[in-house]
Design a protein around this ligand. Structure first.
Ligand code: SF4
Length: 263
């Protein structure tokens, strides 16, 4: 990476301030464009393509995607520093997949780290480990999705196999960064007790991992697909009843992990 890393450019589609869901405390979430996967349930379809797109929202055209430097993003982040300090919060890179723009992600995490701001990424880990390794020195929390243990089923619902993801999870856990495993619980894909047990049993083998987060399926992104002129891939798939989520929570707990429903 070149020396003046604050000039590194990246492509984002949103910055959300005052989030309390994506890592500890009050956080600023930077949403990056581009993802290697195409999960059928994805609630941010505007994040998937790297290209800048037009999306219709509330009857108006909205341009999704803009190019920014790390310095420009840091100006926004700096405004919320006082809230991070009070709440133990910080900055989370989300998307999309921040590993799809590794130079920008490293530079942004480095800028936060050097100013003493807590850092997290929400990432599915589908990348060569060398790219992940570049981020680790500047990272406090890795929030990682493990979506399915069966690679074929993983490919069917996300377009990609899972071997690289599982191997990277092992290597990230060994690196000593705080790793949180999250499972989007999706009807027809991974919502049986056996499927969740398989994921929990895998998570249990990861060094330092003591807790699993189950994220119930929701349809909040449905109108965005329409706004992008795309068909919602989940059709009319039903929400998962709370009673079933509680059952899955008990399945996880039986493996010896703590379980939390929600982000
Ligand atoms: S990994 Fe995340 S951002 Fe990428 S397609 Fe899946 S849900 Fe969407």
């Amino acid at each position: 990476m070149f020396d003046n890393y604050l000039d590194t450019k990246g492509r984002i589609f949103d910055i959300q301030r005052f989030s309390v869901h994506d890592g500890p405390g009050v956080r600023t979430i930077v949403f990056l464009k581009g993802c290697f996967l195409r999960c059928k349930w994805c609630c941010n379809p505007e994040s998937q393509r790297y290209e800048i797109e037009t999306m219709i929202q509330g009857g108006k055209e909205k341009i999704m995607g803009r190019d920014v430097t790390v310095d420009e993003v840091m100006d926004i982040i700096e405004k919320d520093r006082i809230y991070y300090r009070r709440s133990g919060g910080g900055v989370t890179l989300s998307g999309g997949e921040c590993l799809a723009q590794p130079d920008f992600s490293v530079a942004l995490l480095r800028a936060c780290n050097e100013r003493g701001i807590d850092t997290a990424i929400e990432s599915t880990g589908f990348a060569d480990f060398e790219k992940i390794e570049m981020l680790l020195p500047y990272l406090n929390h890795y929030l990682m999705d493990i979506k399915h243990i069966n690679s074929e089923k993983h490919r069917e619902y996300t377009t990609q196999p899972n071997e690289k993801i599982l191997e990277n999870a092992r290597r990230i856990a060994k690196s000593g960064v705080e790793l949180t495993i999250r499972v989007p619980v999706i009807p027809g894909f991974n919502c049986t007790e056996d499927e969740i047990r398989d994921i929990a049993n895998f998570a249990k083998t990861l060094e330092g991992v003591t807790e699993l987060h189950l994220l119930p399926y929701h349809r909040l992104g449905e109108s965005k697909y329409e706004g992008l002129g795309r068909k919602y891939p989940m059709g009319d798939a039903p929400l998962i009843p709370d009673s079933h989520m509680q059952k899955l929570k008990r399945v996880v707990e039986e493996t010896g992990l703590n379980c939390h429903i929600g982000g």
